[in-house]
Design a binder for this molecule. Structure first.
Ligand code: GLY
Length: 474
């Protein structure tokens, strides 16, 4: 998502299901979801989109040639870089998945000791092809041959036809005002619609008066999260394949109706909320950049799990995603993030799985660029961004404080609030008295953000959280 020269645009490079994919492809003979097939096999890989998306952004909006933009990445891959403790730990955590694939094993295991240099010659060669030929260097030629060969040998579905047919899209960002500030974010299949619903539901609450991370603020926030995720689970999917009622879901009437469902004193349990819905019918990495010309960009990209399904393309030096698990494998059954989604997000050929990724830009009331933010974290992306925005815009924290403050998350199912370390025992006790289940959860999200300062210049803030694997269950 980016603004430059006064124009805002979103680049949708979400992966697509291969042409041979089907709604029931992850069900075992017992009719239940085979979780290993959905997350660790070549079937879990959707047609990759990052190369087409980034090349499209460079072609339409870049000032420098692709080869120049890619040169630093190629140098890092070819000459290597010292492994940080964080990277060493994260490779060690993913070792069981990487170990299962001989190519990944040879590239990444044993996990390098921090300080040793990691060189990736095969990756450098793949990047050089893209730098020389653009996206054709990935979707056709030797890289494509190697990817399709691995699919054919290992039971995957992606064909040359799927790779050639992949297109990234330029789309219009979703827009809604929050307290006078225009907020622009990623439309479906991204997660921005749910973020705007949350801002819309919460706008009239005086959260500044009830205070940051008090039970009186967290209760309506958690209830709003459950209501917005109920809509997400039931109604959202790839708008190119299923009708998504974007305008209705963001309409004041709908948001008022959702807000009225919030009991100010008591948590509404998930089954009661879900039953009411029936009567109504119907990893990720994030970076934020500001430049001197008033340009602002927010980019979220992911393989789904850290290191995707752990399988690498032989000879090409890169890992494959397991984004197919973001689809609904079986209505009502939880994916790796605990999301229980519906048929709007069922698997179909060429369809893009629903995502929570929601790179977001916020403007000052006079239209000048102000904030760029976003996060990894699977289903927790949307609520992470919500809290960064509320902390900055409502509670008046500076950007570093807004990003660092402890966060909560709720998504209807599982029917509980996940709270990071640092929630006060008093807030927790009061929330439990209102009927909420509260679980202390590992760190959620990593909302690297940037703010354009009123007096000129910009201030970036790195989320101090240690990146955690976003997967709730593999
Ligand atoms: N892969 C997680 C998401 O896009 O929401």
């Amino acid at each position: 998502l980016a603004i430059g020269g006064g124009t805002a645009v979103a680049v949708n490079f979400r992966e697509t299901a291969p042409a041979a994919a089907s709604a029931t492809m992850f069900l075992g003979p017992d009719g239940q979801v085979d979780r290993s097939r959905a997350t660790r096999s070549l079937l879990s890989t959707a047609v990759p989109g990052s190369v087409a998306g980034l090349a499209l952004a460079q072609r339409c909006y870049g000032r420098l040639p692709l080869a120049q933009v890619m040169a630093p990445a190629i140098r890092l891959a070819a000459q290597g870089f010292p492994v940080s403790r964080e990277l060493g730990d994260s490779l060690a955590a993913a070792a069981p998945r990487l170990q299962a694939d001989p190519v990944s094993r040879s590239l990444f295991l044993p996990p390098p000791v921090p300080g040793t240099v990691l060189r990736q010659g095969e990756l450098a060669a793949s990047l050089r092809r893209i730098a020389a030929e653009g996206e054709r260097g990935f979707y056709t030629g030797p890289v494509a041959d190697a990817l399709v060969g691995a699919m054919e040998r290992g039971g995957g579905l992606i064909t040359h036809g799927d790779l050639r047919a992949y297109r990234a899209q330029l789309v219009r960002p979703l827009r809604r005002e929050f307290r006078g500030h225009p907020v622009l974010t990623m439309p479906p299949p991204g997660g921005g619609l749910t973020l705007l619903q949350l801002l819309g539901i919460l706008e009239p609450f005086d959260l500044a008066a009830t205070g940051l991370n008090s039970a009186a603020s967290l209760h309506p926030m958690a209830e709003a999260m459950n209501l917005a995720y109920r809509d997400r689970n039931a109604l959202l999917g790839d708008p190119d394949q299923v009708p998504v009622p974007v305008e209705r879901l963001l309409s004041p009437a709908h948001l008022d109706r959702l807000r009225r469902r919030i009991d100010p004193q008591r948590h509404t349990p998930a089954p009661a909320l879900e039953a009411a819905a029936a009567t109504e019918g119907t990893n990720t990495t994030h970076l934020s950049v500001a430049d001197r010309q008033g340009g602002l960009a927010a980019l979220t990209t992911t393989l789904n799990f850290p290191y995707g399904n752990g399988i690498s393309v032989p000879g090409m030096g890169f890992l494959l995603n397991n984004e197919m698990d973001d689809f609904t494998a079986l209505p009502g059954s939880a994916n790796a993030f605990g999301l229980r989604q519906g048929t709007a997000n069922a698997i179909a050929p060429g369809k893009r799985p629903l995502s929570s990724m929601a790179p977001t830009l916020v403007f000052r009331p006079d239209g000048r660029p102000w904030l760029a933010t976003g996060s990894p974290g699977g289903s927790r992306i949307i609520t992470t961004i919500l809290q960064v925005l509320l902390n900055r815009m409502v509670h008046g924290l500076n950007l570093a404080g807004a990003v660092a403050a402890p966060r909560i998350h709720s998504q209807l199912w599982p029917d509980r609030i996940d709270a990071e370390e640092g929630l006060s025992p008093d807030s927790r006790r009061l929330l439990e008295a209102m009927g909420h289940g509260v679980r202390q959860a590992p760190a959620m999200g990593a909302a690297n953000s940037v703010e354009v300062l009123a007096g000129g210049g910009s201030l970036g803030t790195v989320d101090p959280r240690r990146a955690e694997g976003p997967a709730v269950a593999e």
